[in-house]
Write a protein that binds this ligand. Structure first.
Ligand code: HEM
Length: 153
């Protein structure tokens, strides 16, 4: 009877530890932040914020058809999925080609980062992952040759 009790206790402990599936150190950022659901929410929030913010009126004046907004969200999601280590394919144009002739200023970049920060704050990432994710977003400016506001004035 005692043996059976020990056996049952061991079985319970091993079942609990296998079912919990803790995040392991070599998980990608994509996995750690919650995968595609979280990436898609980030992308939707970023693009909605972009279209709603007067800082971007010169790009968004007159509005955009729903399919253009959906395309922006989808391509941004695929891009973020890919650069966080997820299993997505990005089929849009590269960041430099698509943004280089838009003359994006440092202040516009800061306005976009403010949206990214506020959207990310609602996504329940662990603080270290949130920092890494936002650093990754901010680094995109280097791919577009955008300078920080101080360098830009
Ligand atoms: C202040 C910052 C930014 C501004 C003003 C901006 C503006 C734009 C504009 C106007 C377009 C449409 C260009 C066209 O169709 O000719 C575009 C495309 C795009 N942007 Fe940005 N963008 C910014 C930052 C970002 C960031 C941070 C990302 C990624 C997270 C991003 C991802 C994309 C993608 C995926 C496309 C579509 C590429 C394609 O059509 O193949 N953009 N952006």
């Amino acid at each position: 009877m005692k043996k059976l009790f020990v056996y049952m206790s061991l079985l319970t402990v091993s079942l609990i530890s296998f079912s919990a599936v803790p995040a392991v150190a070599n998980d990608t950022l994509y996995t750690r932040i919650g995968g595609y659901d979280v990436i898609a929410k980030f992308s939707a929030g970023l693009i909605d914020g972009f279209y709603a913010d007067p800082a971007f009126t010169r790009f968004t004046e007159g509005g955009a058809p729903a399919e253009v907004v959906a395309r922006d969200k989808q391509l941004t999601a695929e891009y973020m999925c890919k650069i966080t280590g997820g299993p997505c394919f990005y089929i849009g144009k590269d960041m430099l080609s698509v943004h280089k002739d838009l003359a994006i200023t440092g202040d516009e970049w800061s306005a976009l980062m403010a949206i990214a920060i506020s959207v990310t704050a609602d996504l329940d990432m662990k603080p270290g992952d949130e920092k890494e994710f936002l650093r990754l977003v901010d680094n995109i400016k280097k791919l577009m040759n955008i300078q920080s506001p101080a360098e830009n004035r």
